[in-house]
Design a protein around this ligand. Structure first.
Ligand SMILES: [Zn+2]
Ligand SMILES: [Zn+2]
Length: 175
């Protein structure tokens, strides 16, 4: 069985948002071999959702829930159709604080999971300075963060990619 495609979260297995599991999906009742592991915001306590019920919007509809916080996307002025696609039909991700889905070129970015340590070490100075300014970090602190960085650790650094210009956008998240 091939997983549904999520254009804003192209490899949810690699990011850990979806994992292999024998569990039955709470929404459709079927055990289809994969279960979603990250955030779902709903008044109901929904723990097991399959990727197909994410992709077709049925879980978001049934539980009046969302996988991603829409606020940062609304603030960024992204077209409503894309916001709905991301919040209601795209796997989210696990974060320490409320997640902020990144935007660039007036569109939403693709989520690519935790950044690799080696990519953080080889940023050019312009990208680094821009990142430090945006995140309000000083360079000394950043050096210490990179030195101790581990994927899935604290702080977490997430990698996004702009689907228009191809630029990688990073965000940092502390516990
Ligand atoms: Zn399902
Ligand atoms: Zn861009």
């Amino acid at each position: 069985m091939t997983l549904p495609q999520f254009r804003f979260h192209p490899d949810p297995i690699a990011t850990g948002a979806i994992k292999k599991s024998d569990k039955a999906c709470q929404c459709c009742g079927k055990a289809r071999g994969y279960i979603y592991t990250a955030s779902f915001y709903s008044r109901d306590n929904v723990t097991d959702i399959c990727p197909w019920c994410i992709s077709d919007g049925s879980a978001a509809k049934k539980y009046d829930g969302s996988f991603v916080d829409d606020y940062p996307l609304l603030e960024a002025g992204i077209p409503m159709a894309l916001i709905i696609e991301i919040c209601e039909r795209t796997p989210g991700f696990v974060s320490w604080q409320q997640e902020i889905w990144q935007t660039h070129c007036d569109t939403a970015c693709e989520f690519h999971g935790d950044a690799e340590k080696h990519e953080l070490e080889k940023w050019d100075n312009d990208s680094l300075q821009q990142f430090l300014t945006e995140q309000m970090l000083d360079e000394k602190l950043w050096e210490a963060i990179v030195q101790h960085y581990e994927k899935g650790g604290d702080p977490a650094i997430y990698k996004f990619k702009c689907p228009i210009c191809g630029k990688f956008i990073y965000s940092i998240d502390f516990s």
